[in-house]
Design a protein around this ligand. Structure first.
Ligand SMILES: Nc1ncnc2c1ncn2[C@@H]1O[C@H](COP(=O)(O)OP(=O)(O)OP(=O)(O)O)[C@@H](O)[C@H]1O
Ligand SMILES: [Mg+2]
Length: 311
């Protein structure tokens, strides 16, 4: 079989005037954790729906598990799991009943069912809660149950559309630990997320913006694209500080970050003193000035900004 489990050529999806996905060329290998990142409306959900053979592309072609999503959609549906952005569990059914319900839908044989459900409950660390109604679970547990339901037919390729949005950080981490276990079992994962920190857990990420991919590469390589050194500081007057620093020689870019300022400079050692002086002259007091390594978030903001400015 082909080494790629997901292949798109010029995948394009238009809704009347809106081009939601614009000429996407993707190649995903078996066993990858691929992260699709991007802001609201970037086209993540539309991409996933086309890959899952739920929606036909307007242009281009898509193959998943070696099958064409338009002509062979039934073959694909047997082999993939899809956890939509708004996954609907049955609130008045218990955890166990939800799993049984999905086992029925996917035609899991009776003899297999019990074993599989027990394993999934264990896997999702939810055995204790199997009698609880889904509506009474925490948000994080609902997501885990949705994932367990998505895994009931043992798919080899898993599509997860923002599976951790709105979930607290501890549950997010636990959810990702579960995804990592699936990855170790050889499942291919295609995950969309608005959270930049989750990108670090992927083998490769694509940054989607206005229907296209700005970049698609391993997280380390994307981070290494950020030019210059990064200085982080916490000034008491953020906007004024950003303005004062923005025009200085050697300053490449200034990003605000909550109450932090991230300043990209050509050479940290050479510029740090001038920055301190300029702020002090402007009467801005600064805490925690330090040099730090750019994360995915800085890299993406920088890449998107360059794209917008380059128009
Ligand atoms: N069925 C539809 N009809 C018309 N326009 C649509 C439809 N689905 C999506 N769009 C538009 O296509 C664009 C991409 O939407 P999509 O839902 O794929 O983005 P997304 O990256 O998943 O966003 P979010 O982070 O908000 O989930 C948006 O401009 C959206 O309004
Ligand atoms: Mg979406």
């Amino acid at each position: 079989m082909n080494e790629y489990v997901i292949e798109t050529d010029n995948l394009t999806k238009r809704f009347k005037q809106v081009t939601a996905v614009d000429g996407l060329d993707l190649r995903i290998r078996r066993g990858e954790i691929f992260g699709l990142l991007g802001p609201d409306g970037a086209g993540k959900t539309t991409t996933i729906r086309v890959l899952c053979a739920i929606m036909e592309p307007t242009e281009g072609s898509v193959r998943v598990a070696g099958f064409d999503t338009v002509r062979e959609s039934e073959e694909i549906k047997k082999r993939i799991g899809y956890m939509p952005q708004q996954f609907s569990l049955y609130g008045d059914l218990t955890v166990l009943e939800n799993l049984i319900f999905f086992a029925d839908i996917f035609g899991v044989e009776r003899g297999e069912r019990e074993k599989r459900i027990a394993r999934l409950l264990e896997f999702a660390r939810m055995t204790k809660f199997k009698k609880r109604r889904a509506a009474h679970l925490s948000g994080g547990m609902q997501k885990k149950l949705a994932l367990a339901c998505t895994l009931i037919h043992q798919p080899q390729i898993l599509f997860l559309d923002e599976p951790t949005t709105g979930v607290d950080p501890v549950s997010r981490r636990e959810f990702w630990d579960i995804l990592t276990e699936l990855h170790l079992q050889g499942v291919t994962l295609f995950v969309s997320t608005p959270y930049m920190d989750e990108a670090e857990r992927c083998s490769r990420v694509g940054l989607m913006f206005e229907g296209g991919l700005i970049i698609c590469d391993a997280p380390e390589r994307i981070k290494s694209l950020v030019e210059g050194d990064l200085l982080e500081l916490r000034p008491d007057r953020l906007r004024e500080a950003a303005r004062a620093i923005g025009g200085l020689p050697g300053v490449l870019e200034v990003q605000t970050y909550g109450d932090l300022l991230h300043v990209f400079v050509d050479d940290a050692q050479r510029r740090i003193q001038t920055i301190q002086e300029v702020l002090s002259e402007a009467g801005i007091s600064v805490r925690g000035l330090r040099q730090t390594r750019p994360r995915m978030e800085e890299a993406f903001i920088s890449l998107i900004r360059k794209r917008i400015e380059g128009r």
